[in-house]
Design a protein around this ligand. Sequence first.
Ligand code: KIV
Length: 266
Amino acid sequence: MQKITTVSLREMKEKGEKIVALTCYDAAMARLLNQHEIDVVLVGDSVGNVKLGYENTLAVTLEDMLHHTKAVKRGNSRALLVADMPFLTYEFDPREAVRSVGRLIKAGGAEAVKVEGGQKILPSIKALIDSNIPVMGHLGLTPQSVYMKGGYRVHGRDSHEAEDILDQAKTLEEAGVFALVLEAVPSALARDITNAVSIPTIGIGAGLDCDGQVLVLDDLLGLSEGTPPKFVRHYASLRAEASQAVKKFKLDVKGKKFPGPAQVYD
Ligand code: KIV
């Protein structure tokens, strides 16, 4: 299997080959994604709300990310393994950013990190890249700014905000970021950004013209609770199936139908 690197992603953009990315939080699922040759596996800080029961991503700690990145590392060999930097571990102190990221790379086995934001966090991004750490950017809806930005909403619908996101994308490219996640932005804006930068764009709620697509794995599998965002497509309904399975098991145990002859030892 060909190992995917930041260079492979750039080549895929140049060839017009779409990049397939998914979030992942454990070794078993990482092995499954590896089997299907997913290009980028992102240990998203969405682990906070998807797996750890936090209300949003703000409570996620570096220890949480380290724990899950190590697990995903054990199941992955092909994909580029990217880990999210948790809220307030990188934004304003470049030295702290390098120290925090260093743990995810050295102890966690991440091959790159993702940070949210543009101009304001540029000194940290530059310090990371100067330390030979590949950085993925994230613009548009940035969940770590949920309180500042008044909730989860589409970004870049008005021309002023759209121009700002386009400028930030160019700034991040100039700083040396190797790829950009564009979340919840109008398709036309994502297309303009994709055409304006030479680094790959990976969309989530950003239309078909991005160089690649990413989804939260639990959303794709229909495992997440609650109403999914508009951009999610369910490829399975595992939550409903799991619910049925647990219900049947309970009925079988209460009704003395489990274990049956096939599940007992002589
Ligand atoms: O944390 C995450 O899952 C993400 C993706 C939505 C891109 O950042």
